[in-house]
Each structure stands twice: as structure tokens, then as C-alpha cells.
Design a protein around this ligand. Sequence first.
Ligand SMILES: [Zn+2]
Length: 133
Amino acid sequence: MKKLSLKASCLCGGIQLRTHGYHRDVHNCHCIQCMKTHGHYAAYTNVQEQNVKFLKKRTLKWFRSSKRAKKGFCRKCGASLFFKVIGSNIVHIAAGMFNGPTKLKTKMNIFVKRKLDYYKLDNRLATFKRYPK
Ligand SMILES: [Zn+2]
């Protein structure tokens, strides 16, 4: 966890935000929802919902990706920015949406049970079949 203040946006700029407070280390998620949303595994940090301040969110749309979660994306450019468990106050943010250096570190691979065969895992990172307890 790192205390940071970062700016992020989608490709077209329809969604722009600032994050504050503690940011979790980045997790690479290989689950089917992330693979199908991002076209590859997803790299997410997260913050408390109250630490996200939107400057623009005109094009933000939410998609219910499973019984327990939803994904936030830009309906203009198609960028996939967010993942949120329903009822949770934590917002997961795709780390590639930040506009400059983040000072974040990628710490683990999760849900590797669903990993496809065309790429290799970084074996310096901790790896979990599901989500670590
Ligand atoms: Zn956009």
C-alpha cells in the first residue's frame, strides 16, 4: 500500500479522474472476466471509493460482468478502467490508465487457473490459482 495522488483517463478523455490515499500494489488477474474485457490479463491497483475524484465521467458506463461484480468502461473509446465488487467501497483501477509514473509495483498473478497458453508468467511474482487468502 502506497499513499499517492495520481491522474488517470481513458483513451478519448471522456473519463478523467484523480486518485488519492492508499493504493494497493498491482495484481495481474488472469480470470475469464478480465481476459474477455481487456483482451489480455488485467493489471489492477485499487483505492477506497471516496479517494476517486472524477473530473469528467460523461462517457462512463458500468457493465454487470458477473453476479458479484461490475466493470466500468468508456462508451465512446471502449477503454476498460474499473472493476468493482457489488456493495464494496473499493474501486479497482486498471493501472495502464494512469497518465504518468505511478510508483506502484506489480506484486502477484491471480486466477492463473484460467491463464491462456500464448504467454509466460513473470515467475518473480507470487502466483495464485485463485485469490490469495
Ligand atoms: Zn473514452
